[in-house]
Write a protein that binds this ligand. Sequence first.
Ligand SMILES: CC(C)(COP(=O)(O)OP(=O)(O)OC[C@H]1O[C@@H](n2cnc3c(N)ncnc32)[C@H](O)[C@@H]1OP(=O)(O)O)[C@@H](O)C(=O)NCCC(=O)NCCS
Length: 155
Amino acid sequence: MSSKVECAKPADFLGIAALDRISWEGSGSQFIPDGEHVWRVWCEYATVLVIRSARELPETGDIAAALVMFPTERHEQFLHKIMVHPECRGQGLGTELMQAGLQRATVPVLLTVNPENQAAIRVYEKSGYRIRERVDGYYRSHEHRYIMEHPGNGS
Ligand SMILES: CC(C)(COP(=O)(O)OP(=O)(O)OC[C@H]1O[C@@H](n2cnc3c(N)ncnc32)[C@H](O)[C@@H]1OP(=O)(O)O)[C@@H](O)C(=O)NCCC(=O)NCCS
């Protein structure tokens, strides 16, 4: 496994969208992944970072991990998603990808996370995020989220 983080290319959108479809199995909720078209747009106009696999992975081709973040209208970055292929988890890829995203952030970074997603919260807390608030029913009524924030690396 190569663990070099790189910027996604527009042609990566199908592999990343596939990763989005398989990343949430077993999460216990009816999670709705983002669609292929928005991944196409993000790959060109947002910050999308990927880690590639040297071997072909089920569903995603060479995409082992991906992250997307974009600026908000409040002088922040919003880190919308970070996902590691189920066959590649627990090897530090999520942490490495998060570090690469934070290195690019000169403003505070926000994200939301399911309060039951212990693996994600672990990665976020060890990367320097803190919980700002809990919002019950953030999406549908049963989909609660912590809002977490990182100060960014601009100061
Ligand atoms: C969250 C996710 C990105 C982490 O990726 P990863 O490559 O496995 O992460 P890392 O290997 O860098 O670190 C995982 C950490 O979580 C810990 N962890 C794993 N499962 C855990 C669990 N059930 N409870 C608590 N901690 C857990 C690991 O021990 C490790 O911490 P450590 O380094 O202190 O030992 C990955 O699990 C994933 O893609 N999940 C599905 C999608 C998702 O939930 N994304 C986040 C919300 S957008």
